[in-house]
Write a protein that binds this ligand. Structure first.
Ligand code: C2E
Ligand code: MG
Ligand code: MG
Ligand code: MG
Length: 284
């Protein structure tokens, strides 16, 4: 706008800000309703050994199909919950639901649940996880909490306390999206981590040689800290070959398995158990 229209432009900007605020308030109200009505859903995506074989785990991913908005992306949903002070509530809903489901899986199959740094920074998170595990009966050592780096994690007293509680329970911590977040090396030093998930961005750095050298460096970094390495975003057989060549331990991606409904996971795991039963003894 030119000078003479400045106040008009300002009014328009105010209107835009107001509209954004109205949208955010409406989204929060809808999310609160969805949580109260149990209208959110979960999908589970398999995590596989890089050399092939049975799934070693499944990652729970939240889904929200709002009657007015259609499907809201998990990223938008989580951001809205964080901003509205509802992250603990959303996180606990997801954790409880996911643990209830994973309770039916074989002992060797772990459950990954994403948590926001806000949850790990909140007093009493460790105790809340312990209570949910107790209620649902999922053995703690089957649970992996994936710290998604949507915001920097302040490594303060509350985080240390929660980490101690989780470690004592036997719950594993996973550093998610490494390479696309804050990549703070002090996380590697100070958090009792079990694994690192390398972001799929690493597969998208250009020439194979560059992708491979980057992956190898990250694998060496993670292994140096004693961590297992999961590469996310395997969309092709070629991606899988790169993951193998770089020495990643586990893989996840659309090429290997899409996020699926709980019933499909159970069918898959039941089918595998049946196949294993029928295999001649001594077969690998
Ligand atoms: P994430 O934890 O890194 O989860 C992996 C995301 O990559 C998922 O997206 C998954 O559907 C997608 N993905 C899996 N394989 C492929 C692939 O081969 N190619 C591509 N392009 N994408 C693939 P989704 O479900 O949309 O979730 C996005 C992010 O939202 C998650 O990233 C996580 O940070 C967050 N999120 C999802 N569910 C939850 C939750 O329950 N709680 C919290 N705090 N965050 C969640
Ligand atoms: Mg994750
Ligand atoms: Mg990730
Ligand atoms: Mg990601």
């Amino acid at each position: 706008a030119d000078g003479s229209n400045l106040s008009g432009a300002r009014a328009q900007a105010d209107e835009g800000a107001m509209a954004a605020l109205r949208d955010a308030v409406a989204l929060t109200a809808a999310l609160r309703r969805a949580l109260a009505e149990d209208a959110l859903e979960l999908r589970f995506q398999p995590v596989l050994p890089v050399g092939g074989g049975l799934p070693v785990g499944f990652e729970a991913l939240v889904r929200w199909n709002d009657p007015e908005r259609g499907s809201v992306s998990p990223a938008a949903l989580v951001r809205a919950a964080e901003e509205a002070g509802m992250m603990a509530e959303l996180g606990r809903w997801v954790l409880r639901r996911a643990c209830q489901e994973a309770r039916h899986w074989p002992a060797a199959v772990r459950l990954g649940v994403n948590i926001s740094p806000l949850e790990l920074m909140a007093d009493g998170f460790g105790a809340a996880v312990a209570a949910i595990l107790r209620d649902t009966g999922l053995p703690p050592e089957r649970l992996l909490l994936e710290i998604t780096e949507g915001m920097p994690l302040r490594l303060d007293g509350a985080v240390a306390e929660n980490c101690r509680a989780l470690q004592q329970l036997g719950v594993g911590l996973v550093l998610d999206d490494f390479g696309a977040g804050y990549c703070d090396l002090s996380y590697l030093r100070d958090l009792p981590l079990y694994a690192m998930k390398i972001d799929r961005l690493c597969l998208d750095l250009g020439e194979d040689e560059r992708v491979l050298s980057t992956l190898r460096a990250l694998v060496a970094l993670a292994h140096g800290f004693g961590l297992r390495v999961v590469l996310e975003g395997i969309e092709t057989a070629h991606h899988l070959a790169l993951a193998r060549e770089a020495g990643c331990d586990q893989v996840q991606g659309f090429h290997l398995g899409r996020p699926m409904v709980a019933a499909a996971v159970r069918r898959l795991l039941d089918g595998e158990a049946a196949t294993a039963d029928r295999a001649p003894s001594g077969a690998s």
